[in-house]
Design a protein around this ligand. Structure first.
Ligand SMILES: [Zn+2]
Length: 123
């Protein structure tokens, strides 16, 4: 599971409508998997990313630091975009779990795939 997915993911358990983002990551095993660098994609994603969440997640997982704020020249800042590419698209959580801060639901991650399925009473 790439960090871009984590950054866009919220809990969807029934009646869990507040405090359901970000999911708290625990016991993560991280792997770097090379991906094609596409600066236009990154620039387009920037407004959709919850930046403070990404900064915290990178810190928690011990990844190379990303700036606390998006630089003003982000579109033309090659070093920034390369760093963002690595954190957002090449960093995969292979094992671990995500916990909803609101309802405490645990979403397990196995072999890089988060299990977002809910039991019937949670839908
Ligand atoms: Zn929840």
């Amino acid at each position: 599971m790439r960090l871009i997915t984590h950054n866009l993911l919220q809990c969807h358990v029934k009646n869990c409508n507040s405090n359901n983002f970000p999911l708290k990551i625990e016991d993560a095993q991280v792997e770097l998997i090379e991906a094609d660098y596409n600066p236009e994609f990154l620039v387009n994603m920037l407004p959709k990313i919850d930046w403070p969440v990404l900064v915290n997640t990178a810190k928690q997982l011990g990844l190379p630091e990303i700036p606390a704020q998006v630089p003003e020249d982000a579109e033309n800042n090659e070093a920034f975009l390369q760093g963002l590419h690595s954190v957002l698209l090449e960093t995969h959580i292979q094992q671990g779990r995500m916990i909803c801060p609101g309802c405490g639901h645990v979403f397990n991650i196995k072999e890089g795939i988060p299990n977002m399925l809910l039991a019937e009473h949670e839908i």
